[in-house]
Design a protein around this ligand. Structure first.
Ligand code: AP5
Length: 190
């Protein structure tokens, strides 16, 4: 049975996965179940099976055609999942050739989102979070580049709302205020 589809985005390192995981735990205590799906993990499994990458951070450097093909495969698989679903993904992906739409029309058609969330915080905090994460090969962007990416994500989210009729919610996830971000997310998902 089709349920609610909530798309959650944010620039890498903003903490969207942390907010999602904490929110799911809180909702479980209330008896509300959401399945969390990482769009990037679906793409990664497919990219590995095709021998395209060894590391998930290599995906954003693949050719545009390869990334589009992986997006299509991931969207088709995720679109078939029933129940209430959170999809952890990106409004746009920063590639060496410019921003790639994370949810072009053919992806939106498969996912049919009800709500589109952008998780944001101050750029200096994102940079520090990226530098602190030694498990990943994250882009080391400065204030301006991060600010541009967050602004671009708001703009492209507006176009997703135009195409699908979904609402767009912006959730702030500042340092030391994770609980507040989780409360905002839980209120949205409840
Ligand atoms: P993905 O798997 O989404 O990885 P990512 O972009 O690196 O995002 P993460 O989930 O790792 O980071 P996050 O922002 O959720 O931060 P986290 O919770 O870890 O995507 C992988 C790849 O897949 C992409 O690069 C792309 O190539 C591809 N992809 C995905 N979707 C796509 C699409 N639609 N189209 C095309 N390609 C796509 O937190 C980071 C740190 O911050 C942690 O240390 C955490 O403890 C800390 N933190 C979090 N919140 C707080 C807080 N409030 N205060 C202090 N610290 C905090």
């Amino acid at each position: 049975m089709p349920g609610r589809k909530i798309i959650i985005t944010g620039v890498p390192g903003v903490g969207k996965t942390t907010v999602i995981n904490e929110s799911i735990l809180r909702l479980k205590e209330e008896g509300i179940d959401y399945q969390s799906i990482s769009f990037g993990s679906f793409m990664f499994e497919m990219a590995v099976s095709k021998g395209l990458v060894k590391d998930r951070d290599e995906m954003r450097k693949l050719s545009r055609d390869d990334q589009k093909h992986l997006q299509q495969l991931a969207a088709a698989a995720i679109g078939k999942i029933n129940g209430d679903v959170i999809i952890d993904t990106h409004a746009s992906v920063k590639t060496p050739k410019g921003y790639l739409a994370g949810l072009p029309e053919w992806v939106l058609r498969e996912l049919k989102p009800d709500v589109f969330v952008i998780v944001e915080t101050d750029e200096d905090q994102i940079l520090i979070r990226r530098l602190s994460d030694i498990t990943r090969v994250r882009d080391v962007d400065g204030f301006r580049a991060l600010s541009e990416h967050q602004e671009f994500n708001r703009a492209i989210a507006a176009s997703y709302a135009m195409v699908t009729g979904c609402t767009v919610k912006i959730i702030q996830n500042p340092d030391h205020l994770l609980e507040r971000a989780v409360t905002d997310m839980v209120n949205l998902l409840r």
